[in-house]
Ligand binder design. Sequence first.
Ligand code: ADP
Ligand code: MG
Length: 303
Amino acid sequence: LIYKHYKASYRKTLYLFMTSAIFSSVALGITYYFFPTYVSQNLVYYTVLIPIQNFFGLWLLMSLFSKCVSDKELFIRHAQNEKIQTMSHVAASLAHEVRNPLTAVKGFLKLIQESPENLVKVDQYIRISLDEIQRTEAILTEYLAISKPLKERHELINVCELLHAIREVMLPFANMYNVELELQAFEKPVKIKANPDEFKQVLVNFIKNAIEACSDISDGKVTLGLLIERNKALLVIKDNGVGMDAGQISRLGTIYFSTKSSGTGLGLTYSYHVIHAIGGSVNVSSKPRVGTKFTIMLPYKAQ
Ligand code: ADP
Ligand code: MG
């Protein structure tokens, strides 16, 4: 009853005071009805101490509650910024990747222009050019699908297909850091129920971290794997990068934990949240200077 007014009002303390007064007098009335002598014997306690206690209790509750709400809003805003930042890093490397096929297609068009009479060659050049364009188009489509705002929907997604698509998108980023990105996927369809937008973002976060962990290593390699074990789909992201010590591992997924100069420490917080929400879990094993292995366990629908 009072909440609507409370929310709109600037005089929140007054509303808290009024609420605690009503609250206290109802309790006092009931107590007096059943135990009149008891109340009159402890009059100060019932008419002063209890209302004051109620007022402070309510005040504390409301302050903590408002703080939680604003923390949560802050987190959501940061998570959105993190997504934009992540995707802009990936976009920078993507620009390179789009230039390569463009250069190739330009070269083939020139060759066609020089000798249009050699139909066999012309046909071959056109075929290669079309392949290049198609591949670039697929990468861009996938990139746009990942970077668009999240939509609330859960559907069955084929993890193998998704891994192939994400690998295509992340390959330029890996190339930029001179890191090999290998995929050892289970070829049969593995379907899980999740929000595809969220799940793609989760994979991008893990793979981007793994590539970044290998950035200072000469033969950096990130391996993506998928296997099935006892009704769980296990998604493995392994790298031979900097690794983590026990202290760092225990802080993984906690908000704002980052060891990077320009890191936000929100990527894994968000990812863990999404994975737990679909009934999955994450297992980490890591050794400093050896590498890290993240295993994401997901409940899946057997075919
Ligand atoms: P950010 O990437 O912005 O730092 P994340 O939440 O994605 O934030 O990651 C948090 C931290 O976890 C990283 O700063 C890093 O120290 C550690 N981390 C995550 N993945 C790996 C990995 N594959 N190898 C080593 N450290 C990692
Ligand atoms: Mg990250």
